[in-house]
Design a binder for this molecule. Sequence first.
Ligand code: ADP
Ligand code: ASP
Ligand code: MG
Length: 460
Amino acid sequence: MKFGGTSVANGNKLKHVAELVKSYRDRGDQVAVITSALGGITDTILAAANDAVREGKVSQVKEFIADITKKHHMAVHDAVSEEFAEEVISELDARIEEIEKALTGICYLGELTPRSIDYLSSYGERLAAPILSASIRTLGVESQSFTGGGIGIITDDNYGAAHPLDSTYSAVGEHISPLIENTIPVITGFIGESEQGIITTLGRGGSDFTASIVGAAVGADEIWLWKEVHGIMTTDPKLVPEARPLPVISYIEAMEMSFFGAKVLHPKAIEPAIRQGIPVRVKNTFDPEYPGTLVVKDEKTSHNIVKAVTVVDKVALINISGAGMVGTIGVAARAFSALANAGVNIKMISQGSSEANLSTVVDESHMKMAVRALKKEFKNGVVGEIEHDVNISVVAVVGAGMAGTTGVAGRVFGALGENGVNVIMISQGSSQHNISFVVKKDTAAKAVQVLHKELGLEKL
Ligand code: ADP
Ligand code: ASP
Ligand code: MG
């Protein structure tokens, strides 16, 4: 069971989570808990690190430290009995002192590396886990807290988006399986360790991924992700209030949704579950009786062809064009090799049949790198122009039932046209599990709203 930041936002919520976990334990389930940082803490740590590197003010670090100390002490006060409070407070204070040292160092050095960003942002979870564990102990249930690295989540050193090594699964299994009968392990989400023992993170929202890694490693019956929503919904309820929770979806649909921007799931969270065929459930911490969404291998029960509409922000469109490209063999191969060698993550590809242009969508943070790599690759002709645009979003319509069903694309683009949403680029993978397209950023919300209605998703 993984609890997201909103679920563990403060002492009262932590206490509620501890009670919830205990209730499953009381029913005879063996539970391992993965926790996120207290809501908003990762963001505030990152903001403090950026302030430190930019402004170098030690006085500001002290203010931040006072603030973060107060928040966590209050959470202990509300969620942990006196019997355990002192021990937890001294553990937290030792960790907070490490944050202070690191931030002060950054003030003096004026340097913030990907490695130090991971080190600092790991503290959100490292402060949360001891509190939640003590809160469970407060209810009279054995519990112990662990870090990701401590239980064997060993990753590559790709800071900010580290990936676990294959050995992780057996190591985590060996650590956790023997414990779980007698105690409830509370494990930090989001973080691992490199082989050199340096802290890494799995990417923002990575606690979902941790939960799935641990679930797969111990051969769990189910992996439950507890959030503030009623499950995976037909679209982001913040964009469309009529969005509905989906009772059941397939692994592929959940993966496509997360790849295409549904922030409810970390994009890698399904991958470990698939390894072992473990069902994943997304549930609402604040309405635990509600069944939520079940994510399974095959989903045949739903009649709905389209399940969801998603939107990806922070992406950029790169267009390479030129008459010289027509009929010239190898342009696409050269473009993609150049992008791959530069470490650019490509989200979408489209080439018109005239062959005079090739469009790709990449992460916004990779845009400069991508343009540089393409300019270098094609400096001697063939490609005339390399243009880019960050003022775009990708919208995707997802549903495994679209494979082999006619008319979905017609409805999608017809509705967008009627509502004045201009489509800049279109792509459909040959798997036909999604149709994705690029629109101007300021029309993305409208596109989602129009499609949610057109595809009848509010009636699911
Ligand atoms: P966690 O507490 O686990 O970190 P998140 O905040 O990552 O949970 O996920 C829940 C948020 O995701 C919601 O606040 C919701 O606005 C957003 N969201 C975006 N797309 C969807 C979707 N399709 N279904 C449910 N929630 C979505
Ligand atoms: N605390 C991390 C984040 O805010 C990881 C997570 O919550 O899943 O991104
Ligand atoms: Mg999340």
